[in-house]
Write a protein that binds this ligand. Sequence first.
Ligand code: PLP
Length: 403
Amino acid sequence: MVSKRIEKALEGNSAIRAMFEEGKEMAREFGAEHVYDFSLGNPATPAPAALNNAIRALLDESDAKEGGSLALHGYMSNSGHEDVRAAVAENLNRRFGTSFDFHNIIMTVGAAGGLNVIFKTILNPGDEVIVFAPFFGEYCQYAANFDARIVAVRPDEETFEPDLADFAAKLSERTKVVLVNTPNNPTGVIYKPQTMERIARILEEKQREIGREIYLVSDEPYRELVYDGSREDFLTKYYKNTIVGYSFSKSLSLPGERIGYVAVPGEAADAENLIRGIEISNRTLGFVNAPSLIQKAVARCLDERTDVGFYDGNRRLLYEGLTRLGFDCVKPEGAFYLWVKSPVSDEGAFVDEAKKYHILMVKGSAFAWPGYVRLAYCVSRETINHSMEAFAKLAAVYGLKAD
Ligand code: PLP
């Protein structure tokens, strides 16, 4: 019999699982080209050629060495290869003016692995993790892994930036972590520098009041997926006690390779214990270390990017197409998601109606903000183009007015 924790997780999982199965079933019945699946955040552009070339070169180079690939495939420090961590530190310092060295960087099994090792290192049972709704639903599982509690802050519904009055009100003596994700999944919004500055000031004040640190954890899988000239940001500059969790899943289209890192600035409170704690957590959670070959490969591709222009093209087509049909959409500034207001208050009914036209999307309630849906536009250009007729039929059901 499964544990109580997993029993709960199984219940929560069934809706997304069901949709996944439904999508596959639809594709079988109607043909994949007649199904417009906007449900999954799986990259739609291949990894840069330099990445595969780096893997090939690494294998050839190691074969040519004495001992062959023993070192390449061997155990290492639980924090990862030192040369890889040094390369990441140097890259961040050059791009963002930070002052990391290798020991501030711990290689992780993607952002999911990174967040879990951070949480294990910081959280005691009953501690609170503040998140800004709408948010990536997996955060609830990650917090539950360590018996911590998620406390959600409401957004400003005009901008989908956090409602800072609600944020200040939700901070408490039990708050240990504030988790921020910008560019955001599911809204595509990038929090403005002024917003981050205000979050930092509120946190500093609360730290003084409760007499201990509150860590800001920045979940950054979409850092480089920004549009319209938005600048890539790095949040340690706003607040001293910031820990960054990064992933190459989206920026290099490598989600299956499970590679990312955590950066802990030296000026963060208790930094050395955090770094050692994260290293231990990487081991004791069973990751041991991030996969070796892909660590070495990404270290050679830190300035490479997936095809951001491709996502930008999809973003424009989908946003402009749906807006023209009368849907109320938040214009995405980053990531690869479009956040759309449901024309009826029960967004579940809207999602079900859309399925009749073979459009698959995710309910806002999966991101703790009902009344909206998320469309992942990391799909082929054809999917977007071909879906427009189906969206037009869907708009007509609700009497939406085209421009
Ligand atoms: N955080 C957010 C906001 C995400 O959207 C995702 C994946 O979609 C993750 C974390 C997990 O990323 P990874 O594949 O690096 O574990």
